[in-house]
Design a protein around this ligand. Structure first.
Ligand code: PMP
Length: 356
């Protein structure tokens, strides 16, 4: 079976070497004679997996012990409500950086709990991350989305906030060196750069977790995950295993600096082509462009349809843009090969040359 080039935004392409190892671990984890899906979460075999996964995450991300590393059995959407529910009082205000669909959803959830102040916005068009800020007087926290998966924009550095930051890093965590300074909590659904869906990775300051509401059910308090090592109830054991394997792969490939260099090279191939093209143009503005999700449009609807159908014929899958914005989107996370990006550029060039 020939594997396609998978440009999907998530769940997304994973390193083939990891998939092959996982195939083996389904039947036999680490020579234990029992598969990863079948091991008790309290047994020594899985505890070793949990331990090595956390250790790899800490090493790759250079995460010190003042931050907890948590595995939460849910996607990023869960954290849109869990963060305000835990940390935002009904009379308090949290500042949100509005960069697109995902920050919009995060704000909708926070508004159910307390006050939301939009401190900066990429509206209209969400083609750039904001550069003008108007913070509220004393925000409880400042929330931003480090990479906007749908519009294809990415903060080059965290916003210059007057309070601790909470970051939705679902679509770029571990695609570049991790910046934790001034951050209270970083969360990411795993299904882009880290592993399967249905599990999220949270990196949070331990002292911040202690400031969360203590009257919520235990599974809705982040500090439960910290004190119970993510084992208060049965975790997504396979998800933890996969994150561990993916992060070990990152480590083996040279770590986050190497990922960042590769991702910059891959994205530049596309943006450089788009910037000189008559047939296609990039959506995001230079300085705000995502290295993970390259969004672009055709000069006409017909050009877009030609590209999408020709791409499918050639095994380039998942290029149609999100239903809310249209156009095309090439998601090129860590595991997406540079050769695959070159194939896409060749196809774009071929269509360009057919223009009258
Ligand atoms: N935030 C961002 C930036 C995302 O890209 C996504 C999913 N594409 C989500 C949140 C929602 O994640 P989930 O579906 O895992 O809840």
């Amino acid at each position: 079976m020939a594997r396609k080039l998978n440009f999907s935004s998530g769940p997304a392409a994973l390193p083939e070497a990891v998939l092959k190892r996982a195939q083996g671990a389904l039947l036999d984890l680490d020579g234990s004679g029992i598969g990863i899906l079948e091991h008790s979460h309290r047994g020594p075999e899985f505890l070793r997996v949990l331990e090595r996964t956390e250790a790899a995450i800490r090493e790759v991300g250079k995460i010190e012990d003042d931050f907890a590393v948590l595995f939460v059995t849910a996607g990023a959407t869960h954290h849109f409500s869990l963060v305000p529910r835990s940390f935002l009082g009904p009379e308090e205000t949290a500042d949100y950086c509005h960069t697109g669909v995902w920050s919009g959803k995060a704000m909708d959830e926070a508004r159910r709990i307390g006050n939301v102040h939009v401190a900066c916005t990429g509206e209209p068009g969400f083609a750039a991350v904001p550069s003008a800020f108007a913070w509220s007087a004393a925000p409880r926290y400042v929330h931003y989305t480090s990479n906007e998966t749908i519009f294809g924009t990415q903060w080059q550095a965290p916003p210059p906030a007057p309070a601790l930051l909470v970051c939705d890093a679902s679509s770029d965590l571990f695609s570049r060196p991790l910046v934790l300074a001034n951050h209270a909590l970083v969360y990411a659904g795993a299904q882009k750069n880290l592993g399967p869906s249905g599990i999220s990775l949270v990196i949070a300051r331990r002292d911040f977790l202690e400031t969360g509401r203590a009257d919520l059910p235990p599974l809705e308090q982040y500090k439960t995950y910290a004190s119970e090592r993510s084992l208060y109830n049965t975790p997504n054991t396979f998800g933890v295993y996969m994150i561990g394997e993916v992060v070990a792969w990152i480590q083996g490939e040279g770590g986050l600096e190497e990922m960042a260099a590769r991702n910059a090279r891959k994205a530049a191939l596309l943006y450089d082509f788009l910037d000189q093209s008559r047939a296609f143009r990039a959506h995001a503005e230079p300085g705000s462009r995502s290295l993970m999700n390259v969004t672009f449009r055709g000069a006409t609807k017909a050009i877009e349809e030609t590209l999408l159908s020709r791409a499918e014929e050639r095994g380039l899958s998942g290029l149609r843009g999100h239903r809310s914005v249209g156009g095309m989107r090439a998601s090129i996370y860590n595991a997406f090969p540079e050769a695959g990006v070159r194939q896409l550029v060749e196809l774009l060039d071929e269509i360009e040359r057919e223009l009258p």
